[in-house]
Design a protein around this ligand. Sequence first.
Ligand SMILES: *Cc1c(COP(=O)(O)O)cnc(C)c1O
Length: 427
Amino acid sequence: MEVKNSEVAFSEASKVIPGGVDSPVRAFKSVGGTPLFIEKGRGAYIYDIDGNSYVDFVQSWGPLIFGHCDKEIEEAVICAAKNGLSFGAPTLLETKLAGKIVELFDSIDKIRFVSSGTEAVMSAIRLARGYTNKDDIIKFEGCYHGHSDSLLVQAGSGAVTFGTPSSPGVPADFTQHTLLAKYNDLESVKRCFESSNNIACIIIEPIAGNMGLVPADEEFLVGLRELCDKNGALLIFDEVMSGFRASKSGAQGLTNVKPDLVTFGKVIGGGMPVGAFGGKEDIMDKLSPDGPVYQAGTLSGNPVAMSAGLASLEKILRDESFFEKLEERAKMLMEGFEETSRECSIPIQTNVRGSMFGFFFNEREVKNFDDALKSDTKLFAKFHQGMLKEGFYFACSQFETGFICEPINEIMIDACINAVKKTMSKI
Ligand SMILES: *Cc1c(COP(=O)(O)O)cnc(C)c1O
């Protein structure tokens, strides 16, 4: 496989962009080699600037549930763009998209749009603090909630500690209110509540997708709900990834637990930059301009982005069995992985939730971040390189989730499983 053009492009980019990329996850650091520069996408495929094509299981890290250049979404975007790119004034599109989401989610009466997942979570946390008049928050090791200061904490295994920031540039003062707990471990959350009576909220990915795919146990979520109710804290589901990916009502479609606030991103923008946060009326009404909690955005609810999100959502809702269909394909793919890994004596753990799938090169079931870290990342790197040569583009880290989009059909999945056989027998 020839990637000369990408190599040159990367070296040129690295002169003017730090690390050559605008988001560190794109840099291929953990798998080696050069990030591929993409020229275009069509349906299930992306094409790099050397003319290689790949079946895309990354889909811009989740948003593109209909693949690349879906006709309906494309037309909605072009049509909106012709009426003007942005007004900084209300449009009908925002109400329409908000209305659809409110209809789909029992836990949401009102929703506000922003421009990224990071912004959505940051705003939801501020609102939770403003609503409860408390300062501390609980987050889980291995969960990612965007790159805002107080959420960039995850290190520190085992004991519950007040978080230390995992990036220079974040003052320790900013993260002293972030308590860390262990995913799927209710005792670690109880210890947080014992150590502080100032907890505003728990924030969780109800299906964790940023340490690889690790779903929360139902009893664990039930326990979180009870702890929040008992202690006057809010439960926030970060559904930036799982929203419109796990089911048409996100992770909430797969659990009986209802959160107080929900955050969205990725699929909600259909490939354009959109985030959102929503919840019950009495909480959301605390937001400016009706309430005292300030939050704002020049491009929030941008009409072109709203049109892409709306077109995606309408398309999802039109097909009753949409998520069953994608889940079937995800399961087929993961079963192929399992079977092949048995044949090659490579230990693997797989998970599927709706259109999301994940696999760990790991001997034991993965329930939390510590478990995930025991995976064989060297083996993953070899696997990743091998699959690229076969024309299959997976996320360039062991700790990411894979996605099925609608144009990925069973023929492609069969071909992928064959490539997995070829690759695994060599590594
Ligand atoms: C991607 C992601 C974010 C951050 O969203 P951005 O749009 O990248 O800022 C937050 N939370 C979760 C669960 C995510 O997967």
